[in-house]
Design a protein around this ligand. Structure first.
Ligand code: DGY
Length: 318
């Protein structure tokens, strides 16, 4: 019997997942680190499974081109806003992702961004680059995490991991909002509040909710208007949750600073307004980018595919 055919969309996919697939499947790897949609669509027909190593959109067009052989799709990411999950499932195709294994790495990035933005790390470095040597007791003063109110917008796995990592920082209070109060929130000592309370009370506001129709463009002028002048806005989820023009305006005259692992657009063009702001610490979507985490994500995505092909439940189905 011929082996199932699996398409992998990047030749930079970490080897643990590739090794698992190659033991049982006929694997085609697109010869590009970041493949274009055209490359993927061209290679797609006839494959039994697709391993998405980057955020290729899986929609009707993709599924039509893949054809009737397609049985499993796994994205090597926790976020799945690039997948039309209802349509994929309607066609009887199994679909999975790789949550949990990246929560710690992404939460570490959130802590890094909170501290870097609060302590004006980027601005300080820029001043050094510009040869500015002035200092003194009032120079580049930042905000304390100690005693602060940390607000979490979306207390899922990553939001919870952020709270856990902050327990040694003597944070004054953790608050969160979302659809409902969560047992995990009670266990972490975090208080469920309304959205307005979250915006008005947070000294640090961490965005860890997924991108959905409900959250898309959610952080706009009127939302930033409700935040404290001294607040620090951190986004480790998806750039499109935020209206970028509103964020630029907020950073100019409404809030203290932002720490961003994600932006809209992504990547930011080098001349983008956000990159000119001294109070924006910006990282090019590196939340899960550690060797161990990416190896684990690769393994889980491959295992999702193997399970799906063998008729077993995926490790993390959608
Ligand atoms: C995820 O897994 O969703 C991260 O943002 C990396 O894509």
């Amino acid at each position: 019997m011929s082996l199932p055919r699996v398409l992998v969309t990047s030749n930079a996919t970490p080897t643990p997942g590739i090794d698992l697939l190659q033991a049982k499947c006929n694997v085609t790897i697109i010869p590009a680190i970041v493949s274009t949609r055209e490359q993927v669509l061209q290679a797609l027909p006839g494959h039994d499974a697709v391993f998405l190593a980057s955020h290729h959109v899986v929609n009707n067009e993709f599924l039509d081109i893949a054809g009737p052989n397609l049985k499993v799709v796994s994205t090597m990411s926790a976020g799945y806003d690039h997948l039309d999950v209802p349509e994929i499932k309607k066609r009887g195709i199994k679909v999975g992702h790789t949550p949990m294994v990246l929560s710690a790495a992404v939460a570490e990035m959130a802590v890094l961004l909170m501290l870097s933005a609060a302590r004006r790390v980027h601005e300080g470095r820029t001043k050094l680059d510009q040869g500015e040597t002035r200092s003194g007791p009032q120079w580049l003063l930042g905000q304390d995490l100690r005693g602060s109110t940390v607000g979490i917008f979306g207390l899922g796995n990553i939001g919870q991991a952020v709270v856990k990592r902050l327990t040694g920082f003597e944070v004054g209070r953790f608050i969160y909002t979302g659809h409902s109060r969560k047992k995990a929130g009670d266990e972490l000592g975090a208080t469920f509040v309304s959205l307005d309370e979250l915006l008005q009370q947070s000294d640090f506001l961490v965005i860890s909710a997924p991108l959905t129709n409900e959250t898309k463009g959610f952080f706009n002028d009127s939302v930033f208007d409700k935040m404290k002048k001294t607040s620090i806005f951190v986004n480790i989820s998806r750039g499109q949750i935020v209206n970028t023009d509103s964020l630029v305006r907020a950073l100019r005259d409404k809030i203290f600073a932002a720490g961003l692992d994600v932006t809209d657009p992504e990547p930011l063009p080098p001349d983008h307004e956000l990159l000119k702001l001294p109070n924006a610490v910006i990282v090019p979507h590196l939340g899960s980018a550690t060797i161990k985490t990416r190896n684990d994500m690769s393994t889980i995505a491959a295992q999702n595919i193997l399970n799906g092909l063998e008729g077993k439940p995926l490790i993390y189905p959608l």
